[in-house]
Design a protein around this ligand. Structure first.
Ligand SMILES: Nc1ncnc2c1ncn2[C@@H]1O[C@H](COP(=O)(O)OP(=O)(O)OP(=O)(O)O)[C@@H](O)[C@H]1O
Ligand SMILES: [Mg+2]
Length: 266
């Protein structure tokens, strides 16, 4: 049964998992070939968690993220987002829900090449309902870019920025509508170590501020910034553990900065 959170006897939202997959499956059919990309996945993610999804290439991580992000529906089992069965929603309702509740960050940044940083971040607010005035859109986009340290690059186009800066625009765009759930698929895949630490720092800050995060990564190094690590193989979850000694990006960044300063002085 799916829960209607507006029902007077419904449990308070805080007690409902943000994500609940019940034996979720996804079969792709191409001609005669069937690929079982996700098989019988049971997974619950509570508010405030920061989960890494790991696994070899082809193990079903992106397929799972597409289901969780309502970009794709499971072909078997159920997906409840905040207690609501996504299968029951119309396309329009789904689009609104994606826009309001979810933020996405991808490996390839997915920015519009010919538009400025500011305009890229304003984009998700275009589709917001109720409508947001252009002035408010601009102010919020500016604030989001300032939050990721790009307040001085508002008018730059993606091609005029480094990979790390482009990913920070993508993060600003993902958080501008104040999502409750942030989904990231290999957000540091194209970035060097230092920039990766910076990006993980932003994610940890956002998570500390209450945003639930699910992030796909190939690298254990990156997963170790998360609070919980889920591992997939052949479409199944084969391990799901709490990370007892989480790395803290802010501390590591300060240490790196200090070491670089010392090296310059020497
Ligand atoms: N649109 C599609 N049509 C058919 N098969 C697909 C489609 N998308 C993915 N697959 C198949 O589903 C399986 C899981 O793919 P998925 O993209 O989820 O893997 P992944 O774990 O994200 O891999 P990677 O680490 O390489 O990104 C793979 O075997 C893939 O070939
Ligand atoms: Mg993938």
């Amino acid at each position: 049964m799916s829960i209607n959170p507006n029902h007077p006897q419904a449990p308070p939202l805080a007690q409902i998992p943000v994500i609940r997959l019940e034996s979720a499956a996804k079969v792709y059919r191409t001609g005669d070939v069937e690929v079982h990309a996700v098989r019988h996945v049971d997974l619950e993610v509570q508010r405030g968690e920061f989960v890494a999804v790991m696994g070899a290439s082809g193990s079903g991580k992106s397929t799972l993220m597409n289901i969780v992000g309502c970009l794709d529906k499971p072909t078997g089992g159920r997906y409840l987002l905040d207690g609501v069965n996504v299968a029951d929603l119309s396309r329009r309702h789904l689009a609104r829900l994606r826009n309001h509740k979810l933020g996405f960050v991808f490996q390839s940044f997915n920015l519009l090449a010919r538009t400025t940083a500011l305009e890229n971040v304003e984009l998700p607010m275009f589709y917001s309902k109720p409508l947001i005035s252009l002035r408010t859109q601009r102010r919020r986009a500016k604030e989001a870019l300032e939050r990721v340290g790009l307040g001085d690059r508002l008018g730059h186009r993606p091609s005029q920025l480094s990979g790390g800066q482009q990913q920070r625009i993508a993060i600003a765009r993902a958080i501008v509508n104040q999502p409750e759930l942030l989904l990231a698929d290999e957000p540091t895949g194209n970035l060097d170590t230092r920039t990766s630490i910076e990006i993980m720092g932003f994610f940890q800050e956002l998570n500390d501020a209450g945003i639930t995060i699910v992030m796909v990564t190939h690298e254990l190094d990156i997963a170790s910034y998360c609070k919980r690590i889920v591992v997939m193989r052949d479409g199944e979850v084969i391990s799901d553990t709490i990370n007892p000694d989480r790395r803290l990006a802010a501390t590591e960044r300060a240490t790196l900065d200090h070491a670089e300063k010392q090296a310059k002085l020497a």
